[in-house]
Design a protein around this ligand. Structure first.
Ligand code: FAD
Ligand code: SF4
Length: 489
């Protein structure tokens, strides 16, 4: 049994835990319906930035917590990339010790209120919950995580995780997305002197510039960041590593190790005719203008196209955030074009459901092939090729095949392309010793060490576009590797 498993077993054997477990029979726990997340009204929310999911009440959370069977071998934990001690936090909610539940989550997760909102739990912890074996809906682990984090934040009793005495060793973290924030938090816990260098003027990476406030309010991200400040982590915004200073410059200032968590912020385009017309932009540009540069707020002079007929191309979370943002910016018709069917869409199910409720038109099995412009070079229509599903590709997904002659012309005045991202080559080109893959991602070992021994990396810069929790898992793993590396010196 590993150390962590020993600790979990000891916690499970505690008196209070046995009493909670024995208070309700497993079959009665399983007979209870899964809680439904209260949501803002679709019509009202599609015209505002109010948060869509409104969170559970204390009563709802304690009731949902009763569904958890406190399994001796909790498979849900194996589905969590940061290995949150799920049954321990849930049983604390069941007995009403919510601050203790939040503390348990924070033992391994730096950003609980963020993960509780944006993690694809249905593909991670909840997909491994024992309830799936009985074909019953999994325990709502994500909702409960969010509940515990929000409760703690609003209680006024939030405590930053404990840190070891400072050891005076300086570590630089490049990028302030979930990978960088998590790595910084874990290193601070171990006593390191950590500085996060961020190219943008705001800290938070995609959590701030990509994911809109109706899914993840900025003050929640700021609160989680403030916990890192309390732990002694320093922040340098408007600092582009590779331009403002190189890693060599930072080494000369005494930094002994680096974590690169610079993400994958370089947008991809389809390369089809007319893609350079005015009114066609990447989802990254669109969402950054709205979320980070407040383009929708008349007090700011950031330019933005307020389309009436908006087309968004893609089927991931970024595409969902773009369609829903366009709705909130007043578009009359918002259309999503995706070349495969809805089953293959990589977006979270909840986001697809919410977008539909808000009136977004889903044109699946439709692929843009050309844009048409007016005499001023502004996009006026998109030509769309209808598709059908053919044989599976190498990943097992059925390949979309064009239906000959089935081409439609759809009037549009704004197109947002959300078909994926690549890493920005700035860091690797400023540091040619860093080895990259064909996709432009950084090469890293299982311990997340790059080809430069004092440089570690994780998150989207290593994986390509992935998820918040995988980036956090990497940040955590890299912090352990950096600690091993520095202690062995
Ligand atoms: P990022 O979050 O991209 O952060 C990297 C940071 O590094 C950025 O702030 C960047 O400015 C900075 N940087 C880059 N180069 C430098 C440099 N040279 N010097 C200093 N700083 C630098 N995932 C989910 O799990 N759930 C979701 O619902 C979800 N929705 C998404 C919606 C959108 C619109 C997008 C774009 C992504 C979404 N994702 C979602 C994916 C998820 O956000 C990313 O996988 C995750 O943020 C990657 O984290 P990261 O820390 O590696 O990089
Ligand atoms: Fe609870 Fe499900 Fe995890 Fe079992 S697998 S401990 S029921 S959340």
């Amino acid at each position: 049994m590993s150390d962590i498993q020993e600790i979990r077993k000891a916690q499970r054997d505690e008196e209070w835990r046995k009493a909670v477990r024995d208070s309700i029979k497993p079959k009665d726990r399983m007979a209870q319906e899964r809680v439904v997340m209260p949501q803002a009204d679709p019509e009202e929310r599609s015209h505002s930035y109010m948060e869509v999911n409104m969170g559970l009440s204390l009563e709802q959370a304690m009731n949902e917590a009763k569904r958890c069977l406190d399994c001796p071998n909790p498979m849900c934990v194996t589905g969590c990339p940061v290995e949150i001690n799920i049954p321990t936090f849930i049983k604390n909610i069941e007995r009403g010790e919510i601050l203790e539940a939040a503390r348990v989550i924070k033992e391994t997760s730096t950003l609980p209120a963020v993960c509780g909102r944006v993690c694809p739990q249905e593909k991670q912890c909840e997909s491994k919950c024992i309830y799936n074996k009985s074909k019953k809906p999994a325990v709502a682990i994500g909702y409960l995580e969010r509940f515990a984090a929000d409760y703690e934040r609003t209680s006024g009793k939030a405590a930053a995780p404990e840190t070891a005495p400072k050891n005076g060793i300086k570590v630089a973290v490049i990028g302030s997305g979930p990978a960088g924030l998590t790595c910084a938090g874990e290193l601070a816990k171990k006593g390191y002197d950590v500085t996060i260098f961020e190219a943008l003027h705001e800290i938070g990476g995609v959590l701030k510039y990509g994911i809109p406030e109706f899914r993840l309010p900025n003050d929640i991200v700021d609160f989680e960041i403030s916990n890192l400040s309390k732990m002694g982590v320093k922040f340098e915004a408007d600092f582009i590593v590779g331009k403002t200073a190189t890693m060599d410059d930072l080494r000369a200032e005494g930094f002994k190790a680096f974590f690169v968590g610079s993400g994958a912020g370089l947008p991809r385009f389809m390369g089809i005719p007319g893609e350079n017309y005015t009114g066609i932009m990447s989802s990254n540009e669109y969402l950054t203008r709205v979320n980070l540069m407040h383009a929708a707020d008349s007090k700011f002079d950031t330019p933005i196209v307020f389309g009436k007929n908006v087309a968004v191309v893609g089927g991931g979370n970024t595409a969902m955030d773009s369609v829903r943002t366009a709705k909130r910016l007043g578009a009359e018709r918002v259309m999503l074009f995706y070349r495969r069917s809805e089953v293959e869409m990589p977006a979270r199910l909840e986001e697809v459901h919410h977008a539909k409720e808000e009136g977004v038109e889903f044109h699946t099995l439709n692929n843009p092939i050309e844009y048409l412009a007016d005499d001023k070079g502004r996009v006026r229509a998109v030509k769309v090729q209808r598709m059908e599903l053919g044989e599976p590709d190498e990943k097992g997904r059925r390949r979309p095949v064009a239906i000959e002659g089935a081409i439609d012309e759809v009037p549009v005045d704004l197109v947002i392309v959300a078909i994926g991202v690549s890493p920005n080559p700035l860091i690797s080109s400023a540091h040619p010793e860093l080895k990259t893959t064909e996709r432009g991602t950084l090469e890293a070992t299982d311990a997340l060490q790059t080809s430069m021994p004092d440089v570690f990396a994780g998150g989207d810069i290593v994986r390509g576009g992935a998820t918040v929790i995988l980036a956090m898992g990497d940040g955590r793993r890299a912090a352990a590797s950096i600690d091993d590396y520095l202690q062995s010196k």
